[in-house]
Design a protein around this ligand. Structure first.
Ligand SMILES: C[S@@+](CC[C@H](N)C(=O)[O-])C[C@H]1O[C@@H](n2cnc3c(N)ncnc32)[C@H](O)[C@@H]1O
Length: 263
C-alpha cells in the first residue's frame, strides 16, 4: 500500500522492468490464516504498522518517482511468478520490513545467486532501497510496497520461498499494543505455509520480550523446526543493522532465531 501518491515521470525503465505478466492470472484464493479481527474500517486484520507522514528526503522522493515502477511490483491478489519478476530462476528470499534497506543491500550484494523480494510499507524506506538498488547496480532485489500479511496471503505461492528474513520487526513494547506484533500464531502459520520444505525463517530482535514470544510462537508452529537449541547464533550473512546498533547502545541484547520448514 503506497502511503503517498507517487508521480510517474514517464522515464523508460532500464533493465528488466517488472511487467504485469509476472503476476499469474491464476488467482489463488489463499486461506486467510493471517487474519485477525479488524482494527480499522475495511481492514481484515490488525496491522503491524501505522501510517504516518514521516520525513522523506528529496533524494528518496526522487528515487520513488524515477525508479519505483522499474523495481517494484504493485500489490495484487494474484500469485507472483518469481522467474518472470526476476528474469531468472533462482532461490527466492522474502524480506519483511526492510526499513531503509541497508541489510537487504548488503545481503543481496553478498548473495548474487539469490533473488530478494523486499516488502515494506514506509515511503522513505522504499525510496532509500531504490537509491541503493541504483547506486549498487543490484539486479536481484524487487520491492512490494504493501502490508506483508496481504502480500504473503495473496501473492506468494504455497511452499515457494527458500527463505524469509524478518529483522527487528516493530516491537510494540506496550502491552496493549502487543496485538500489533507481526509474529503471532496465525501469521506464522501463513508464513510457514509459503516456505518450501527445507527452507528457512530467520528472525532477529533486540527486544527480549518479543524474542521470547518469537521463540514460543515459532516453536509451536507444527510446520517449523528450530535449527538451534533456543536462540541461534547470528549467521555470517546477517550484518549488524542500524536498529541493532541502536539496541546494543541502549544495552539491549540481540536474539536471532533460525527455523526450517519441516519436510
Ligand atoms: C523497526 S523497523 C526494522 C527495519 C529493518 N528490518 C532493520 O532491521 O533496520 C520495522 C519495519 O517493518 C515495517 N513493517 C512493519 N509492519 C509491516 C508489514 N505488515 N508489512 C510490511 N512492512 C512492515 C515498518 O514500516 C518498518 O520499516
Amino acid at each position: 500500500m503506497n502511503t503517498d501518491t507517487i508521480p510517474e515521470d514517464g522515464e523508460p525503465p532500464a533493465p528488466s522492468p517488472v511487467s504485469p505478466s509476472a503476476l499469474s492470472s491464476a488467482t489463488e484464493a489463499a486461506p486467510a490464516s493471517g487474519q485477525h479481527a479488524p482494527d480499522s474500517p475495511g481492514a481484515t486484520h490488525i496491522r503491524s504498522f501505522v501510517h504516518r507522514r514521516g520525513h522523506i528526503t528529496q533524494g528518496q522522493r526522487d528515487a520513488l518517482e524515477r525508479l519505483l515502477a522499474q523495481w517494484s511490483i504493485p500489490y495484487a491478489a494474484r500469485i507472483l511468478d518469481p522467474a518472470s519478476v526476476f528474469g531468472r530462476t533462482a532461490p527466492t528470499i522474502l524480506e519483511i520490513g526492510f526499513g531503509m534497506g541497508e541489510t537487504t543491500e548488503r545481503i543481496a550484494l553478498d548473495r548474487p545467486g539469490d533473488n530478494f523480494l523486499g516488502v515494506e510499507v514506509f515511503n522513505a524506506g522504499v525510496g532509500s532501497m531504490l537509491k541503493r538498488i541504483e547506486a549498487s547496480g543490484l539486479q536481484n532485489v524487487r520491492i512490494v510496497q504493501h502490508d506483508a500479511v496481504e502480500v504473503l496471503r495473496d501473492m506468494i505461492a504455497p511452499s515457494s520461498l527458500d527463505g524469509v528474513h524478518i529483522y527487528f520487526p516493530d516491537p510494540w513494547p506496550k502491552k496493549r499494543h502487543h496485538k500489533r506484533r507481526l509474529i503471532q500464531p496465525p501469521f506464522v502459520a501463513l508464513l510457514a505455509s509459503r516456505v518450501k520444505p527445507g527452507g528457512y525463517v530467520h528472525c532477529a530482535t533486540d527486544w527480549e520480550h518479543y524474542a521470547q514470544q518469537m521463540l514460543e510462537v515459532l516453536g509451536a508452529e507444527p510446520q517449523l523446526r528450530n535449527t538451534a537449541d533456543g536462540y541461534a547464533p547470528r549467521p555470517e550473512f546477517r550484518p549488524q543493522t542500524k536498529f541493532e546498533t541502536r539496541g546494543l547502545r541502549l544495552g539491549h541484547g540481540v536474539w536471532d532465531l533460525m527455523f526450517k520448514r519441516a519436510a
